[in-house]
Design a protein around this ligand. Structure first.
Ligand code: SF4
Length: 483
C-alpha cells in the first residue's frame, strides 16, 4: 500500500499539485526545507506538556514501522502521554493507500482505565488562530485513533498565548463529513494523469517541491511567473486555456478583460509582465516621479522576533545624502555611544528604538531629504513605534521605493522583494543571510558580546540599504536610456 500523510489533507486546501507530487513525483527532486523560525520555537510547548502531565514517553523514529509498533505498544500499556505518536490506517476510498499521521501528543483521557485507555490527540501550533487546514489535520488524527477502539470525539490545539509564556488550549470537535470530503478530494487529485498546474505563492517557501516547481515554471514559461497575478486571475487564465507567459503576452487587452476577476489595472500588469518575461528585458511603464531626484535617505529596519519584542525595531540601516552607509542598534544596557565591528565599521548604540526614529527624522529634516524604504512594512512599524515628534516628520518624508518600482517599471523576474530586484541587477547579498539569522546574531551579541555575530547582522542590514541604492540608481539610468 502507498502511504499518504495526514498533512496531505492540509496540503489539499493550499495546493493540489503538492498532493499529486507527494504521491507521484520523483522523490529525488524533493528538498526538505529547514525548520522555520516559528517551528524552532516549538520547544516551549514541550516544557508546558511536562509541567502539565509530568513524564512524556517519546516514540523513537528510526523507521516508520517501528514508530507505529512502539506507539501501539505504549497505548496498550496505557502510558499517560505519548510524544510523536505514529498511527496509520487504510484510506477509506482507496484501499491501496495508507493514511499516516505523526501526532505531537497523545494523551490518555482522564477517567479512562489503563487496560482500555482512550487517547485524544494534541496538535501544537505556532499561530494564534486555528485555520481550516489545522482542523482537517486534527480530524484525521481523530479518525486514525478510531481504527483501534471506539475513538475520542475531541482533540486539542495548543496555541501561543498572551503573555507569551502562556499556552492557550483550544478544543476541537471531530467532523466526519468534512474529513471524508477531504479524502474524496485527495482521491480525485491522485487519479489525475498529470500534475495540476503550478501556482507559486507564499506557502511554496515551506514546500519540498519548491525548487522543482520553480524549475518547471521557468522551463514551461508558466503563467505563475507573472507579477500581479492573484489566484482568482490565475484560475481564470487557466480556465481560458492560457497556460504560458507567451500566450498572455500575445493577447489583446480586451480578451483578458473579458475574463472573470481581471480588471483594467490587472490587464496592464499582466501584459507588461508577460512581455518583460518573454523579451527578457524590463519594460518602463511611466515616467519617474520628481521626488526620486531630491536628496534621499534609504532606510531599512529590522524588528524583533521574540514574543516580547515582536514588531519592535532593534536595528536601523540607512544611507546619508552622499550615499554613505550607517548602522545603529538598540543596546539598552550599554553606556557607550558606539561600538566598532571587527571590520572597522562603527555602529551607533541606541538606548531604545524611539531614539532610532529620532535619529532618522532629525537627519532627514536637517538635509530636507526624503526617506525611502521598501514596501509598507517600515512605515507601518514607524507609525506604531515612533515617538510623536519623530512620527510627525517621518510621516511627511517617508516614501515607498517598491511603490515607485511597481508604478514605473516591470522587471523580467517573478516577485518584487528587494532581494529579487537586487539579484536581477547583479547585486549579491551576504551568503546565508536573512532576517531570522540577523535577529539570532544580534541576540548572540547582546548576550555574549560576540562582535563577529553583530558584524554578520549588520552586513545583512546594510545589504538591504545598498540594494535599494542600486535599485534607485538603475531606475534613474534606465529611464534616461543608459541602462
Ligand atoms: S512549490 Fe508551491 S506550487 Fe509547487 S507543489 Fe509546492 S506548494 Fe504547490
Amino acid at each position: 500500500m502507498r502511504p499518504i500523510k495526514a498533512h496531505t489533507l492540509r496540503d489539499l486546501l493550499e495546493c493540489s499539485r503538492r498532493v499529486w507530487l507527494d504521491a507521484h513525483g520523483d522523490v529525488t527532486e524533493r528538498i526538505e526545507p529547514p525548520p522555520s523560525f516559528a517551528q524552532a520555537r516549538g520547544r516551549s510547548f514541550e516544557i508546558f506538556a511536562r509541567q502539565r502531565y509530568g513524564t512524556l514517553r517519546p516514540v523513537p523514529s528510526a523507521t516508520w514501522d517501528e514508530s507505529v509498533a512502539v506507539t501501539r505498544d505504549l497505548m496498550t500499556q496505557g502510558v499517560r502521554v505519548i510524544a510523536g505518536a505514529s498511527l496509520e490506517r487504510p484510506h477509506p476510498h482507496h484501499p491501496d493507500l495508507l493514511v499516516r499521521g505523526r501526532i505531537d501528543l497523545l494523551v490518555r483521557a482522564a477517567g479512562s482505565i489503563r487496560d482500555e485507555a482512550l487517547y485524544f490527540p494534541v496538535e501544537v501550533k505556532m499561530v494564534r488562530e486555528v485555520r481550516p487546514e489545522d482542523r482537517l489535520q486534527l480530524d484525521c488524527y481523530l479518525w486514525l485513533l478510531e481504527s483501534d477502539r471506539e475513538g475520542p470525539e475531541q482533540g486539542e490545539f495548543w496555541l501561543p498565548g498572551r503573555p507569551p509564556e502562556w499556552i492557550d488550549i483550544s478544543p476541537h470537535r471531530y467532523d466526519e463529513v468534512r474529513l471524508l470530503d477531504a479524502f474524496r478530494g485527495v482521491g480525485d487529485v491522485l487519479r489525475q494523469a498529470s500534475a495540476p498546474p503550478i501556482y507559486l505563492t507564499g506557502h511554496c517557501d515551506s514546500c519540498p517541491w519548491h525548487a522543482h516547481c520553480r524549475t518547471a515554471a521557468n522551463a514551461e514559461g508558466a503563467i505563475t511567473l507573472l507579477n500581479g497575478l492573484s489566484r482568482r486571475s490565475w484560475e481564470s487564465l487557466i480556465a481560458a486555456g492560457l497556460q504560458t507567459v507567451d500566450q498572455v503576452a500575445d493577447q489583446p487587452p480586451e480578451a483578458l478583460r473579458r475574463l472573470k476577476g481581471i480588471g483594467p489595472a490587472t490587464v496592464h500588469q499582466l501584459i507588461s509582465s508577460a512581455r518583460a518575461l518573454r523579451d527578457r528585458d524590463a519594460v518602463l511603464l511611466q515616467p519617474l516621479p520628481e521626488a526620486l531626484f531630491r536628496p534621499i535617505v534609504m532606510l531599512d529596519i529590522e524588528t524583533g522576533l521574540s514574543f516580547q519584542e515582536q514588531g519592535l525595531p532593534w536595528s536601523y540601516g540607512w544611507s546619508d545624502v552622499n550615499g554613505d552607509l550607517h548602522a545603529a542598534v538598540v543596546a539598552r544596557y550599554s553606556d557607550a555611544d558606539q561600538t566598532i565591528l571587527p571590520d572597522g565599521r562603527p555602529v551607533r548604540l541606541l538606548r531604545d528604538y524611539a531614539e532610532g526614529w529620532r535619529m532618522i527624522a532629525d537627519y532627514a529634516e536637517a538635509h530636507d531629504a526624503l526617506v525611502y524604504h521598501w514596501s509598507g512594512y517600515d512605515s507601518g512599524i514607524m507609525r506604531q513605534t515612533a515617538p510623536p515628534d519623530a512620527a510627525e516628520i517621518l510621516n511627511r518624508r517617508m516614501r515607498d521605493l517598491l511603490h515607485v518600482f511597481r508604478q514605473c517599471v516591470m522587471l523580467p523576474v517573478r516577485g518584487r522583494s528587494i532581494k529579487t530586484v537586487a539579484a536581477y541587477l547583479g547585486y549579491a547579498y551576504p551568503p546565508a543571510s536573512d532576517y531570522a539569522q540577523a535577529w539570532n546574531d544580534y541576540r548572540r551579541w547582546l548576550m555574549e558580546n560576540d562582535r563577529a555575530a553583530l558584524q554578520r547582522a549588520m552586513a545583512y542590514q546594510l545589504a538591504d540599504v545598498e540594494a535599494m541604492l542600486i535599485a534607485r540608481d538603475w531606475l534613474v539610468r534606465r529611464a534616461a536610456g543608459e541602462a
